[in-house]
Write a protein of this length. Sequence first.
Length: 309
Amino acid sequence: MTSPYQRLDHGISVVDTGFLRPRFDASFLIVENGRAAFVETGPNSAVPRLLAALEAHGLDRAAVDYVIPTHVHLDHAGGAGLLMQELPQAKLVIHPRGARHMIDPSVLMEGVRAVYGAEVAARDYGELVPIPAERVITTTDGMVIELAGRPLRFADTPGHARHHHCIWDEASRGWFTGDTFGIVYPELQPYIVPATAPVQFDQEALHVSVDRLLAQQPELMYLTHYGAVRDAGQLAVQFLAQVDAMADAARSLINAPGRHDQLKRAFGDIYIAELRRSGSTQSENFLREILATDIELNAQGLGTWLDRK
């Protein structure tokens, strides 16, 4: 069995949360002068892996100063409450639009059950643990916190979700991007797929957010799905071209019968065509299987977007 975590440069390790399948969902552990922070937590089931990563680094649980989800979708923040119970010194650092859902996760949990059904919600996410308000720090655009003197700067980055921020790490010249910069699967590199899951996709805001990330001239992008990647400018062109193609396809299908299935077909075709342009020779069946969850969730997200429009 391969290790669930991998040490990168600049005191950063990527921890495979084990959610859904290997190398799908990541938490990042940042270590600086004996102090630590987690960016993303994965769901509740990931917490033992995160604690094991701390132990592998020779760190006590009291060495963690911050737990920083990029947004409150449960593959990013579902385990935050349970993890915080094990980290006596840690503060949760969260976008202000998401803070109330971490303090009282009941509404968030109801929404998850509504989307996935009670059985799947229980299996994949468990029961969310509330976090005391006094342990929660809300961010503002441009705000900086320091991890043992290491600055981490927050940028408000809507487009995927209005409760999304990205984190700039000057030490590595990298962004922790959550879902704002899409998804790169190790099996499909160098291909990037958009993440437009319900319910707050915003095409124009996403363009602005990606432009803000690129303006920093990053050397690395730390993607929750999955790992550290370079060549941000090239990936951004591919990413935004697909976003725009998806939006155009969605507009053309706004009143179509069986719209959801037609959106899924259209998006699958967009992704396969881009994969072929990027040099993929893998079978179409394999590609559609890898991307099946994204096709479904992205179609749901664009359907919600169309209904708002």
